[in-house]
Design a protein around this ligand. Structure first.
Ligand code: DPP
Ligand code: ZN
Length: 864
């Protein structure tokens, strides 16, 4: 495999203006006839098309059948046509085998459905093409099948324009998409589905037909997604002024899918777990995820499809911006603070970790071997944080003016991150040169804050410095939103504090002064997590407690509690002794649990302690067992210390949690969050009859998967004596619903106990598991790969388990294999025998015959 560099970008030598595709669908030998109108753009004599795993039948240029070797050459990954004219029509006929396609890239058949996935470079597994995002073409697609009954729905992008039957008796349907698009947005689907239909009227008064295609018998699980789609369409009109542009919007839910979903123009293809949901089988979090992913794919219609990426190094142009839009959509649905805290958790546990490891990359990377490896938490979530920083610096109005400018200037084009920044510069009149470093520099900056109060001058001096974990990095432009509180917790607004409370750190070190303060205030930086940075915190216990009680910003309050947990964990690890929690923290938590006026969702988040993975990310050298011990102690200390209040809170919120009228209200969701959180601690009190009774009662709440699964998780993770019987009952009840059984697999793979390795091994043989389905593999093995102390067991048993799965998937589905590999890459952070073990397993993998490029790239980066 070879690397590609961002700096080597060259505009394509040819454009392909129209593509007329004919698919003669067949399980093992689908014939594709592809006619393109091609134009030369420079003086390049030969046309080189991408193609992989294709059987070429014939090539025709302007009605002349071409002769192999003389007129063209077939390479392993290309087709070169010699000496082409300035303008011509080219017809390529080839065959593919959809049934053998277990990588789920290109056209594949699984569970009786033909379906395609082309992003990033899957179209070249369908036909020969200039498979790059800056070649935009108008597509017409005709699908032919022998048996119409088997495939009543034949779908592609755009509008259905014609149907018929051939002389040979094949039924066909033709689609035309008037919007030029890159090949990665192309899609076809053929299958038998239940169909849910609705309509949406755009702000301009146009009617759009909305269609959801789901597995037979699942129609009742598609209503929520339909509502989410309509909400997304309305929201994008109201907040961004963007309306939908075609007359039809289709969503197909499929069971075999590598990623979450795909924004193909007019024909989204979704992993069924992000469409199908009803209360008995899906948790509140599942519903929230469905809404977010439906929104995400819909928002791509403008940020991704109408304006696409010039090259794949610009991926964050569409993904970072679209995740930001998705996050804002979810937040505007009502739980803004809860959403923000959850987004921050993802950044801190996963993105910071990636940025500190061998695959660290800027949100606009410079070098790529396998593009599929770059659908990362950095490109997506840090990309969204970078857009959010712009929003913070510019404010909503100016940001929206920048969006309008970006769209006016780039609609219908393949753009770059710089085009986006330029639009923001023009709309705001601000110079974003230094801000641009967020696009080119990897790593997580760390800010340090020092405060100095002069009572005589009534003045607070704050010195903030920034440092980077990547020595070559130049200083970043960092928006730091702050709160100033009096010792009694009142918000203070000294005249030097900007109206939006955002300080701009641009130098390695900067000083800010605030006057007119008659006593030393509490200075709380990084409100709303205004920048994706670490904060080296030296605040006192008293200051942290003041923040937990009085900060206006929910993230600041939550974060102060996290700091207190983290301090206790670090002390316990450093001293090798028992973990102790400050009394003020315990008292505060008791009060929040029982006072009845705190938002129960936020209380639940306050009680969420750091994960082992999260704590590990804070260490240069990771003390695996000490972290495991400290987290276990922290969990038990809270369970013991808050026992009475946890029971009280569970009882207090149980009626709301089970209120059928309020089933999916914010209040009911919040109540269930807190009941689950309480039970998650209480189940550690294995001898308590009161807990036993509540565990059983909650597990029996059949109308709500949130509650049933919350109880199951509490029992299983605490190894409560009810665990085995509940696991058995749950499996018995849900054995025919694979998406629910994924939860059953995941909950067992995440038990923080040495037995989990044998359990996962055993479950790979269970009928609920299937190596060929990515959802099953993620549920069992990816879940296990984040079970930190078990993956990193000292004897290497966790590594062996994961590595045998990776080996098995290397050729079958490299994308999935590559995701499982990531937690093994950062071997340098283990300073003991684990280093040697990890190096050994990585070298073993590297020596595998037919090592997939996806794995090759990561292993090379890791071992170099
Ligand atoms: N472009 C897709 C998405 O993020 C990736 N499958 O929505
Ligand atoms: Zn996306």
């Amino acid at each position: 495999p070879t690397a590609r560099y961002r700096k080597d970008y060259k505009a394509p030598s040819f454009s392909i203006d129209t593509v007329d595709l004919h698919f003669y669908l067949d399980d093992t030998c689908t014939r594709v006839v592809n006619t393109m109108q091609v134009q030369k753009r420079d003086d390049e004599p030969d046309l080189v098309l991408d193609g992989e795993q294709l059987q070429l039948v014939q090539v025709t240029l302007d009605d002349r059948l071409l002769v192999a070797e003389q007129d063209y050459k077939v390479g392993r990954k290309s087709l070169t046509i010699y000496n082409v004219p300035a303008q011509f029509s080219l017809t390529i006929e080839n065959t593919i085998n959809p049934s053998a396609n277990t990588a789920l890239e290109g056209l594949y058949k699984s569970a009786g459905v033909f379906c395609s996935q082309c992003e990033a470079e899957g179209f070249r597994r369908i036909t020969y093409f200039l498979d790059r995002p800056d070649v935009l073409s108008v597509y017409t697609t005709t699908l032919y099948v022998a048996n119409k009954e088997e495939y009543p729905h034949l779908l592609s992008n755009g509008n259905k324009v014609d149907t018929g039957t051939t002389a040979e008796g094949l039924s066909w349907v033709r689609w035309h998409d008037p919007y030029p698009k890159p090949s990665y947005l192309f899609a076809v689907v053929a299958g038998d589905f239940d169909l849910l239909e609705d309509t949406y009227t755009t702000a301009e008064g146009r009617q759009v037909l909305l269609q959801f295609f789901v597995d037979k018998g699942n129609l009742n699980k598609a209503y929520f997604a339909m509502e989410a789609l309509k909400n997304s369409m309305r929201w994008d009109e109201q907040r961004f002024g963007l309306s939908y542009d075609l007359d039809i919007y289709m969503v197909v839910a499929v069971d075999f899918f590598n990623m979450g979903a795909m924004e193909n123009k007019g024909l989204n293809v979704f992993n069924s777990k992000f469409v199908l949901a009803d209360e008995a089988s899906a948790t509140d979090q599942d519903f929230i995820n469905v809404e977010a992913v439906i929104g995400h794919e819909y928002f791509h219609n403008w940020t991704g499809n109408r304006i696409t990426c010039r090259d794949w190094f610009q991926l964050s142009l569409k993904e970072g911006l679209t995740v930001f839009r998705e996050q804002e959509f979810s937040a505007d649905q009502g739980m803004r603070a809860v959403n923000r805290i959850q987004d921050v958790r993802i950044m801190r546990t996963h993105q910071f970790e990636e940025d500190a490891g061998p695959m660290a990359h800027a949100i606009r990377p410079d070098i790529v071997v396998e593009m599929n490896n770059f659908y990362t938490v950095t490109i997506y979530n840090k990309g969204a944080e970078v857009v959010r920083m712009l929003h913070t610096l510019l404010g909503e109005q100016t940001f929206q003016a920048g969006m309008r400018r970006y769209i006016a200037d780039n609609d219908g084009k393949a753009a770059t991150c710089n085009d986006f920044l330029q639009a923001m510069e023009q709309a705001s009149g601000r110079n974003l040169n230094q801000f641009k470093r967020w696009y080119s520099q990897a790593g997580t900056p760390e800010i340090s804050v020092q405060t100095d109060y002069s009572r005589r001058q009534r003045k607070l001096t704050v010195t903030i410095s920034q440092a980077s974990d990547k020595p070559a990095n130049a200083p970043f432009h960092i928006p730091i939103q702050v709160e100033l509180l009096s010792q009694q917790g009142e918000p203070l607004h000294p005249p030097e504090l900007p109206v939006n409370s955002v300080l701009e750190l641009t130098e390695p070190e900067q000083t800010f002064t605030f006057t007119g303060l008659k006593e030393a205030p509490v200075f709380a930086p990084l409100a709303n997590f205004s920048a994706p940075v670490k904060c080296n915190d030296t605040r006192s216990l008293d200051e942290l407690i003041t923040i937990t009680r009085f900060a206006q910003d929910a993230f600041l309050r939550w974060d102060a509690v996290q700091q207190l947990y983290s301090q206790a964990v670090h002390e316990a690890i450093a001293q090798g002794g028992a973990l102790t929690l400050p009394n003020a923290l315990i008292d505060g938590l008791k009060a929040s649990l029982t006072d009845g006026n705190s938002d129960p969702a936020l209380v639940a988040l306050l009680l969420q302690i750091p994960s082992e993975e999260g704590v590990a990310a804070e260490f240069k050298y990771v003390p695996v067992s000490a972290i495991h011990r400290a987290i276990t102690e922290l969990h038990e200390a809270l369970a013991r210390g808050l026992y009475t209040e946890l029971l009280q809170a569970w009882d207090m919120h149980w009626p709301q949690a089970t209120d059928k009228q309020a089933a999916f209200s914010k209040e009911a969701i919040a109540a269930r969050m807190l009941c689950n959180t309480c039970l998650g601690y209480l189940a550690a009190m294995t001898d308590s009859e009161a807990v036993h009774e509540r565990l059983q009662r909650q597990f029996a709440a059949e109308q709500s998967m949130t509650l049933v699964f919350g109880a199951l998780q509490a029992a299983v993770h605490n190894q409560h004596r009810l665990a085995e019987v509940q696991l058995a009952q749950f499996a018995n009840r849900w054995q025919h619903d694979p998406l629910v059984m994924d939860k059953w697999l995941a909950v067992q793979a995440t038990v923080r106990h040495a037995s989990s390795i044998a359990k996962v091994h055993e479950l790979t043989e269970h009928s609920a598991f299937d190596w060929s389905n990515p959802n099953r593999v993620y549920a069992l093995l990816a879940s296990f790969s984040h079970n930190f102390a078990q993956l990193h067991q000292a004897d290497g048993a966790g590594y062996a388990l994961l590595v045998s799965a990776i080996k098995r998937l290397n050729t079958a589905n490299p994308q999935v294999a590559s995701r499982l590999l990531s937690p093994l890459l950062n071997w340098r952070r283990f300073n003991d025998a684990r280093q040697g073990l990890l190096q050994q397993v990585l070298s073993d993998l590297r020596n595998m015959p037919d090592l997939a490029p996806d794995l090759f790239e990561k292993i090379e980066q890791s071992l170099r």
